[in-house]
Structures are given as structure tokens and as C-alpha cells.
Design a protein around this ligand. Sequence first.
Ligand code: ADP
Ligand code: ZN
Length: 752
Amino acid sequence: LSTWQAINNYTQCIMPNIANVIVDIALNREFDYLIPDHLCDMIDIGFRVTVPFGKRYIAGYVVGLSDTSECVQLKEIQRCIGSQPVMNPSMLRLAQWISHYYISPLESCVQSVLPSPIRKKNNQFKEQYFVELTHKDHKKIDKDIYKKAPRQAKILDLLHSSGSLFMTDLIKTAEASPQSIRALERKGLVSITSKQVHRNPLRDVKIIKTHPLSLMPQQQAALDAIKASMDEKKPRALLIHGVTGSGKTEVYMQSIEYARRKGQGAIILVPEISLTPQTVDRFRSRFGDEVAVLHSHLADGERHDEWHRIRRGEAVIAIGPRSAVFAPISNLGLLVVDEEHENSYKQEESPRYHARDVAIMRGTFEHCTVVLGTATPSLAAYYNTQKGKFGLIKMNHRVDHRSMPLVKIVDMRIEAQREGKVYVLSRELTEAIQARLDRTEQVILFLNRRGYSSSLICPMCGFVAECDACSISMTYHKKGNVLRCHICGHLQHVPEKCPNPKCQDPGFRYVGVGTQKVEDVIQKVFPKAVIKRMDTDTTVGKNAHARVLGDFRVGKIDILLGTQMIAKGLDFPNVTLVGVISADVALHMPDFRAGERTFQLLTQVAGRAGRGDIPGEVIIQTYTPFHPSIQAARRLDYDAFYDQEIEFRRELNYPPFSRLVCVTFRGMNEAKVEETAKFFLEHIQPLLQDHVTISDPVPAPIARIKGSFRYQIMIRSAKIKSLNKALHHVSESFKAPKDVKYSIDIDAVNIL
Ligand code: ADP
Ligand code: ZN
């Protein structure tokens, strides 16, 4: 033996016998435990274990192995849960990255990586009894049975013709009792075994197999670019900027097919809102049972089984919202983030990760191609293509060269002057709707505000009805004649007179329209039309959403009216008119991204028009017709929008030129909240470098939620690394008083 081999053999002999464990009660640190001899061969990183902790036993995860520890008296791991690790090293690495980047305890990051039905101890596979014949020629073996026990005979015949069956199904179909089946077992004619059943969320869905379409040239070019990237050792992320209806989904599917040919799996992320049966069916029709759906609406058992189906490699294509980025697909070849610009990819509780950015990280760790797709790229993603960090693929045309819709802006100020009062529907929009109804084409009307009226105002003293607990105005809901707070859900009866004790005027007025009011108005104007409203108030039931869309598809509905729920991803060829009741709702939010959101929303909603053979028309009503975002949306000109928006961001050093961190403090005692925020500021300021901009603590735009006062500190820095270090330091050393909570939101999206 050479010396080198000897050393090598020697080191292999020392088995690490200490496990670094994080425990479920998030303490944000690792604990060392001895691995007992009988578990030595089994335990590995990613295993779920129970360990003694104080006077009790708690569950945790093995996150590392070592052969030394700084602790002297180590306790032993009690036992392993399950016979395999629940997390592979790359998922653990991802959790560790999230923990570090988003400044969140590793324990809660691991909880995000693993869906709750997997973590829960009692959640297991469902077992069912399964009956099969022991002999093929059972008729010869026991002739008597056919004379004496006709029920048992029926069971045998059924098993003979249909093969083995689950006990429950057999009992139902043969109208038999469990006793008869047990009797047959005693006679040795059938065997009963326990078998795992798969709780399949799609079991009742019938699908028709589809085949790859022959691609348009721009689709082919996109596919070629993705394939080339998939063949690279260290692929970089690609952004597909493809107009609505350019056939991005077909490109995704053929890219997945390429991954499959290479023996790789894929993940498709879609925003929760567009994870409709329609979307899932498109993938299932192409890839069948290889597709698993990870949806938060699934029952726990279904989620458990779908996850394990992926884990075992039975399903190799996962589709789902945000958290599907953690799908345990091994040998991942492609990760698609559809509608990359969507805010729902950002988790608004700890860990406050952005699924698009986590996807990019996972792609880097696993050397897999990440494709971001959208008609309205986020400024951040597009900026990255300009800097060469991401590749850019353009798809400028709709499939079959269908024309883009014609967008018209209606200036509601002129409309109001002409008509002498404010109308919900302009004359132009009314006529356009009428024309569609006459031709039995369909209409989508969009307004991003539910309820009846946005607020209740006293015209005498200017009093506005606000929620007692939250600092926003109450929305009037005609149903039940109530005021409702859209933040905390608080309900209140409409006051009979102005509550201001100095005023008490009875002449309350409603201002601002919501979807309920629009519904009333259009029903009056078009009494014969079938109108359906879709917002969170109407789609409460589990399948309400799908049902309405189904009815719309088959033409049972003429006008579909709704909030952002209907703005995205829907593909209805017979919709030739889209009306935006007011483009101003999103525009006047106190948020530097208001312009970006407005442009995205208008472009997306416009994209619902004219997806069939008849060209589409879009009518946008607004009081600010010359706003650059609205003008860019009118021309459907992303580049124009980007050019002016990026200048604005550059001047003010907003993202993507800086990373934005929003620290929010909350508590019932306002003075204390403000004081804590100031204290935090004093604490962090000396740690910051020159290029970091930090604001004084100020009340948040929504200054109160559920009675809790909210203060914010905004931090901007071109470099995240040094800022991150300072924030880690503060989050470990800074102690807020008990009744003040604070959160650190890295790359904050929601700053209200
Ligand atoms: P996007 O996701 O870009 O908005 P979709 O993928 O929904 O667009 O495609 C729009 C429509 O065009 C769909 O109905 C789709 O089936 C159809 N389509 C896509 N690619 C082709 C193609 N190569 N040939 C014919 N039809 C296509
Ligand atoms: Zn409220």
C-alpha cells in the first residue's frame, strides 16, 4: 500500500459519529448529538430524527455530520423517523441559502422546503386491502361453491373477469360483505394483502392526449435557445419576453420533452391564481401521469402522496405555485417560472423568499436551466438581461400572426364634462359592449376593486368611514348593506348619519365604484345579457372559480366582470372586447412600483382580447390618460415603458439599481413601536457602509392593521452582501420589547 492509500483507508474508517441537528422549535441554532451504533450505517444528512431535549423528546433534522464537537456531554439521537432522508443535500443547501439571504431561522426555511403533510409525524401512506385470486381455475377447485354459496361465487367471477381489486371496490361491485371475502380467504381461494394507495387529486379528470404542435419560427428559435442552454454545463437563466398569446406554453412543453429525452425532470411554477384546471390539463394532456400537481388547495393526504410520487421518481414533472420550487425532483433539467413578474411569487411571511430568485439559485446549485416567461417582464429581470446576466428571448408575434388587440384610451374627465356627471361606463365602452352582444361575441370587464363603493364620505364635513382597527377606508358592500374592511374583514353597519359628532349630517355619499356596483350598472344597461361577477367575494366555494370559467368558455356567459382574478393567463378565443373600468386604481398606490404594476395589469388584461380569429379591442377608462404607463400600455410597448421607468429608478436609486430592505415594526402601543424603530436604527447605523441609504422610521402607508401600529425603515444598498452582514448582526443582537414585533423583508415587494 502506498502511504496515500493508507491514509485514505484510515480516514474512511473514522465514521463521523456526531450529527448536527436543528430542532422543530425554531431556536436558530444547531445542536450536536451522538449517533448510536445501531443507527450509524443509516443516518445521513436530511434525515428526520427525534432527540432528547431537556426533559422531553422533539423532532428535528440532521443538517450535518462531524466527528468532533465543542460540547462535552452529548446525548444520543433517540430514533430515525422514516427509513430515508426527507431532504437531499441540494434541498438543504437551498434552505441554508434562504436562511442566510432572507435572514430567517434555518428551521423555518426547512419548513418551507418540506410541505407540512411530509413533516407531520402521523401522516403516512394510506393502506388498503387488496384481494386477488390464488388460482386461475378456481371453478375446478371448488365446484360446490357455485351451488352452496352464490355470493362467494359472484366474488370469484368478478375477480376472474376484472383481475385483482381493492376490497372496498369489490364489496361495492359484487354487493358482497367482508365476511364472504374472508370466507374465501379461509378456503384458500383468494388472498388479501395490504397495499399502498395513491390519493390522486386528478383521479376523476379525463384527459385527451395531445401531441407537440409544429412550431412557429419564433417558437422554434426560443426552443433552440433553451435546448442549447440545457446542453451547457453551467447554463445561465433565460428570460422569454413573449407577447400574450405568443405560444410560450407550447415552448415550455417541448423544452420539457427535451429534458425527458435526456432523462431529466422539470418544474413549472405558475402564480397561484393561474393554476387553473385548464393550465394543469395542458401539461397532463401532453405528459400524462408523469405530472404531479402541488397545490395548496389539495387535501393533506393528496399532497403527501403527490410529493412522494415525485420523490420516488414516479412523477418527474411538477407543476405548482411558489412552493413547488422545492419539489423533490432529482436530476432537474429545467425550471420554468411562468409569469415571472407576478407578486404572488413573494412569500409575505417568514421566510420572505421570492420563488423566482430561489428558482435561479436552485438552477445554479443543480446546473439546470431556468426559464422565466412573461409578456411584461419585471424591471429586475429585464435589467438583468440588459446587463448580460440572463439571456433574452423575444417572441413578438402572436401564434398564427393573429393581430395584437387595438387599445383605446377614454379620457373620463372629458366624458364627465360632456355628460354633466360621472358615469361608470363611458359612451364608447357602452357602444362597444353592445356591438359584441349583437354579434354574440364575449366581453371581459376589469376593475381592480371589489365591493360596491370604495368609500363612504360625508359631503358636509368630509368624514370618511374608516376601519376602527386599520387605517384604511371601509368598502361599501350592497349585499347585507354593510361596510367591510378589506384588510381585517371587520364588518360594520352603514351609519344613518355622519358619525362626526359636530356634523351628524344624514347625507352620506358613496364614492368610487367597486365590481358590485359595475355589475348593477351593466345589468341595467344590458338587461338581456348574462353577466357574471368574479372576485374573492363570489368565488368562495372550492370549485366556484373553475365553474364560472367553464360556463364562460362554453358561452353561457356574455360578460365576465372581475378583479385581477380574471386579468391573467385566461385564453378564451371568443372574447373580442376587454374593458378596463378604471385604470387609476393601481396607479395611485403610494408605492414606487405603482407605474410598473399598472403597466403590467393593463397589458395582461389587454392580452385576454382577440385570442381567436377575430381581432380584439381594448378600451381603458382613466382620469389620467397621459400617464406614461397608461400611454405605454396603449401602444403595448414594453420597451418604451422600460426605458422611461428604468430612468426614474436610476435617478432615485430604487431597485433594480439597489436592493430594497423594508424593516417593519408592529405593536399596539404606538410610542413604543416608534421608539423601538428608532432604537433599531441607532443600532444598525454604525454597521452600514457609505453607499447604504437608510430612512428614518416613519409610519407605514397602511399605518394600522388590526389595531396594531406599523412603522417602517427603508434601507437601500447597491451591494447586498455587506448590508446582509449588518442585518444578521442586528437580528442576533437587537432585542425588541416583548410587545413590539419586527420583520426584515429583503427585496421587499409589498411596502404598504
Ligand atoms: P402564451 O402563453 O404565450 O400567452 P399560449 O401558449 O397560451 O400563449 O398560446 C396561445 C394559443 O396558441 C393556445 O391556444 C395554443 O394552443 C396555441 N398555439 C401555441 N403554439 C401553436 C402552434 N405552434 N401552432 C398552433 N397553435 C399554437
Ligand atoms: Zn380593518
